[in-house]
Design a protein around this ligand. Structure first.
Ligand code: ARG
Length: 460
């Protein structure tokens, strides 16, 4: 059944008909569509816009349709979109009365409503996934406040830090992601129904009643904007893109760390795959795939931005393209978060290897320079002296701590015995005890803050 046959003399070309149908993908909005329609019908009845008994019959039938879809008794098919499908099904079940449902409503405000309801629910699910993920970060950090590892810039060893500090860096990123979703949700949480096609409606509808029934926090304030706004889709997919950026960075590190050259971590068998030809292989495929899937979420963001660019007000059919982009970005991010969390939970960290690595590569050179600064040398001079010392040590194939005092003194007379304890990896880490630093005390403070934050979310 078409919702708009009256003014047409011929049917739509078959290919064009398939081309413009959105049912294949918008059928996943069935629950939102039904809930929205029930609230609308109830309101129409309450306001005396349609007979009360008709509203009751519509709501009862919609409830049955929902149950039949969920039980598998009813297939969603043979319609232009989910909205047409519902009206056709309703009319098939209760006759002409079904035709009263669309009073004072357009598919334009209906689809905006459905999408907002859907996105709100999905944001809540993604938040739950992020919450579990953040908790895993905390657990790992707590276990590794004394696990020394090298940090890197340019993928070259920099200074010793701890694994806890490294993991807590990711916690900060994913916490911002959580907050971004919460913030985005505020702007999704606006009820557009009542905007009609674009110029609202002549019927004395009660938008506040519908808002309250559907659990929105406010109603939209401009009917043109309400039916043509897809900022909330763009914002969501932008937030998901940033989540994927963070996941891809973490994946990249796991891939590098799992290489034999690094050997910082072992990815469990459950999250690895083998090679069809090389029997020895165990590849971190899940991390690579998540890294790769980041591209499609970015693609969805670009698609949405480009689709909305230059559209005149108000609704344009271009906007039907929002759905696949939003759905794909949501599905992809959710599965990536879930798989990554599972992989993370089974990750084994090779503490000894991390420690040995942290002690190589002259990661304590800055601390040696800082030791000279304490003796009154300017930092710039100290930098120059330690640079020479490192060059000498490289030639001798020794770490700084294995040079004799005589060798130190050859570079600068200022050196004495106290240089040795000052440049051990533990001291290098724990001397950095200012807020935000890698020292045990500072990381414990960051962990306590994060615990408080997560506790607050639980109680929210
Ligand atoms: N399937 C359409 C969409 O997803 C529903 C709105 C159709 N409205 C219209 N006037 N053609 O955007």
């Amino acid at each position: 059944m078409k919702l708009w046959g009256g003014r047409f003399e011929t049917g739509v070309n078959e290919q064009a008909n398939d081309f413009h149908s959105s049912l294949a993908f918008d059928k996943r909005l069935y629950k939102q569509d039904i809930k929205g329609s029930m609230a609308h019908a109830e309101m129409l009845g309450k306001q005396g816009i349609i007979p009360k008994e008709d509203a009751t019959a519509i709501c009862a039938s919609l409830a049955e349709i929902l149950a039949d879809i969920e039980s598998g008794a009813l297939q969603i098919q043979d319609a232009e979109d989910i909205h047409s499908f519902m009206e056709a099904e309703l009319t098939a079940r209760i006759g002409k009365t079904g035709g009263r449902l669309h009073t004072g409503r357009s598919r334009n405000d209906q689809v905006a409503l459905d999408m907002r309801m859907y996105v709100k629910d999905e944001i809540d699910e993604i938040k739950a996934l992020l919450f579990r993920f953040l908790q895993k970060h905390l657990d790992t950090a707590r276990d590794h406040v004394n696990t020394i590892m090298p940090s890197f810039t340019h993928l070259q060893k920099a200074q010793p830090i701890t694994l806890a500090h490294h993991i807590m860096a990711y916690l900060q990123m994913f916490r911002r992601d959580y907050e971004r979703l919460e913030d985005c949700r505020k702007r999704v949480d606006i009820m557009p129904l009542g905007s009609g096609a674009l110029a609202a409606t002549v019927y004395p509808i009660d938008r506040e009643f519908v808002r309250e029934r559907l659990g929105f926090s406010a109603i939209s304030e401009n009917s043109l904007d309400a039916v043509s706004d897809r900022d909330f889709c763009i914002e969501l997919v932008a937030a998901l893109s940033i989540i994927m950026t963070h996941l891809s960075r973490f994946c990249e590190e796991i891939i590098i760390w799992a290489s034999e050259e690094f050997s910082f971590v072992t990815v469990s068998d459950a999250y690895s795959t083998g090679s069809s030809i090389m029997p020895q292989k165990k590849n971190p495929d899940m991390a690579e795939l998540i890294r790769g899937k980041t591209g499609r979420v970015y693609g969805n963001l670009m698609g949405l931005l480009t689709m909305m660019k230059s559209l005149p007000l108000a609704y344009n059919k271009d906007m039907q393209e929002d759905k696949e982009a939003v759905f794909n970005a949501i599905d992809t991010t959710k599965i990536c978060l879930a798989v990554f969390t599972g992989m993370f939970e089974e990750l084994k960290f090779n503490k000894e290897r991390m420690y040995t690595s942290a002690c190589g590569g002259y990661t304590n050179a800055t601390d040696a320079a800082d030791w000279l600064v304490k003796k009154g040398v300017t930092f710039r001079e100290a930098h120059e002296i330690i640079g020479k010392l490192v060059l000498y040590a490289i030639g001798e194939k020794k770490p700084l701590g294995e040079l004799s005092l005589g060798e130190f003194k050859k570079i600068s007379e200022l050196f004495d015995e106290t240089i040795y304890p000052a440049i051990s990896a533990q001291v290098c880490v724990n001397a950095r005890n200012i807020a935000g630093g890698p020292a045990e005390s500072a990381v414990n403070a960051a962990i306590a803050n994060a615990e408080k934050y997560l506790e607050g979310l639980k109680n929210a």
